[in-house]
Ligand binder design. Sequence first.
Ligand SMILES: [Zn+2]
Length: 419
Amino acid sequence: MKITIHGGAREIGGSCIGVQTEDCKVALDYGTKFEESSSNQFPEDFDAVIISHAHLDHSGQLLSLSKKKPVIVGSKITREVTVALLQDMVKVQSKNDYNYPYFKHNANAIREHWWIRDYVALPGMTIKLHPAGHVAGARMTSIHSKNKEVLYTGDFCVHDSEILEGCKTQPLPKKPNVLITESTYGGKVRSPRSELIDEFFRQILAAMERKGNVLIPTFAFHRNQEMAKRIDDAMKKGVLPRYNVYTISNLANKITNTFNENKECFTKKIQRQKQPFNYSHVKHLYRTGQIKEPAVVICTSGFGHAGASLQLLKDWAEDENNSVILTSGYLPPDSPLKSAKEERRFRNNGDMISVKAEIEQIELSGHADQLELVQMVEKLKPERTILVHGDIEQAQALSEEIEEMTEVCIPEKGETIDI
Ligand SMILES: [Zn+2]
């Protein structure tokens, strides 16, 4: 068996791993890099492509396979959300680039070739998918072929969140020959989630007391719904006072409906509610002009590159009463939110905007931190562990923690590992 790291080596973005035997060839994920959306960098001759979850850094390159028509495997909610994100990508990219090679029917073709399965048998190979936490529908993938066992974690999270159960290690294959794991937070130990949530509410309350606005930039998928649900519940319980709270993203709204229609993906508590993602205190708006200030606004894009989050960052950055809450630990180097936070200014169309608003980073992310990653290795006892989906510093820090338990490899892009 050969494992080739086509993307997501020593970095976050463009995840794609090829697993090849004499009889068949599969891809684990087929993602874009955050800053590239149309480049095709991966082989196209796979018999099957397994998509771990619907974040575009794991699924965004699928349009380039729409004519090849390989079997695509993943959970139902991953299919629904991936197709919605690809349709949106086609809409946005074709507006900016008349030569953009894909159309809506290419996104729809992905849906047609998608098998919603947790078990697939291919020539000489069996594939099983296991819940991974992280986001709705996320799966780990185990591949068994000729006495070799490989487990790919995709992005995963062991602890529960308000809406999603964490990954359970018990059903995962023990002592696999190879564990391919993400290492996003390989060098970081996070505070307990309950402390982070308290801090999140403290920040919002402080801005509310100043009659300020709060901007919460998020992805349209999962984090948006998790934030809206958290704030809605807090207002119902009186943890937060009544305030104007909005989500602005038609794509997020569409995904929210998908969440309501697929309640079985979420916690038991969510499943007992009739329409769990129809909020009482959070209103959906279509554009920033509809906001009644002061307000808390959850909107895209997650890194502030475009959309309502860029607009509101520009509008609100210079007022010290306002607050921006970043809930992702990772920000790409060219992200306006990164320079707003670190340099207290950011560039917009040639103008430099200075930042007086508070910018807080509270990492409520759905990734395993170093403790969870090490525990995963302790429990599974893999012979060899391949670290992907993490900057080299994070991967090296994790490697130091686990190298006595397992042989560790931090491959470069394009590297092939024989097992
Ligand atoms: Zn992800």
